[in-house]
Design a protein around this ligand. Sequence first.
Ligand code: ADP
Ligand code: MG
Length: 287
Amino acid sequence: MREDLSVPPTLERLRRHLVGLRMPRALEMLDHMMRQIERGEVGALEALEALLAEELTLRESRRIKAALQMARLSTVKTLATFDFSFQPSLDRHRILALAQLDFITRHEVVHLLGPPGTGKSHLAIALGVEAVRAGHSVYFATLADIVASLGRAEREGSLRERIRFLCRASLLIVDEIGYLPISSGSGNLFFQLVNARHERGAMILTSNRGFAEWGEVFGEPVVATALLDRLLHHAVVVSIEGSSYRLRQHADLVPESLRPAASTLAQAQPRRRGRPPKPRGADPSNG
Ligand code: ADP
Ligand code: MG
C-alpha cells in the first residue's frame, strides 16, 4: 500500500503519539475535532482540552469498573437509587455526611443496624461505591464469607497472609452479621482480623442484631465483648427502625409473629433526639 501523501506529517505524528501513549479515545476523536477546528467551530485550545477530557473520562470509568470488581461490589446500589422517604427513621443527612468519606481517613467503624430489608446492605454498598469513585480501595464480603476464608487460611497455614489481604483495603465492608450462627473458633478468627484493622482501616458493618445479642451471634460472650471493644471505639452507629423494602407491597402477607420487632434494636441502641448517638467508648476527641 502506498503512503497517503495528503496526510499532513504533523497530524500523522500526533496520531502516533496518541497510540504510543495509549490514548484510544483521543485517537478516535481526533478527526472529528480536526473537522470542527477547520470549520472554525472550536479553537485549538478548546479542541485539545476536549480531547484530553474524553480520554480522562474513559480512563476514569475503566478504573471505577475494575475497582468495583476488585471490591466485589458487583450489584451497583447507589445513594441516588435509595428512597430515603421510605425509611423516615433514617436521617438522610447522616448518610450524606458519611458519603463525604471522612470516616475512611479517620479509620472509623460505621455500624448499620436494623431488621431485614431495611436497606443496610444497599447503603453499605452505596457508601462503598462512593469510596471507590473517590479513589479508595474497598473490599465487600459477608461475615460468613470472611470467617470461611479465614478458617480455610488457618487450616492451610496462611492465616497471616489472609489477614494481611483483608487489611489492604482502606474500607472493609462486612455484611450480614447475625444472620448465620458463627461456628466456635470462627469468632476468634474474626476478632484477629478486627484487631489487625483497628485504628488502621475503616469498616462498615451491617447487622440485624443489637449489640446485646452479639454474645449469641459469636457463640462466645468473651469474644463478643472483645470485638465490641474494638468495634465501638471510634464508631458511628446508624439504627434503621423501619419495615422491609422487599416486603413493601406484601407486608400484609407476613404473619404478625414474624414481623421484625424493632424494639430489640431500639433497646440495644436507644434513639436520641438531636445529636447522633455516641456509642460507648467513643473517643471524645473524635468529633
Ligand atoms: P438489608 O440488607 O437491610 O436486609 P437490603 O439493603 O438488601 O436490606 O434491601 C433489600 C432490597 O430492597 C434491596 O434490593 C435494596 O436495594 C432495596 N431497598 C431497601 N431499602 C430501599 C430504599 N429505601 N430505597 C430503595 N431501595 C431499597
Ligand atoms: Mg443485607
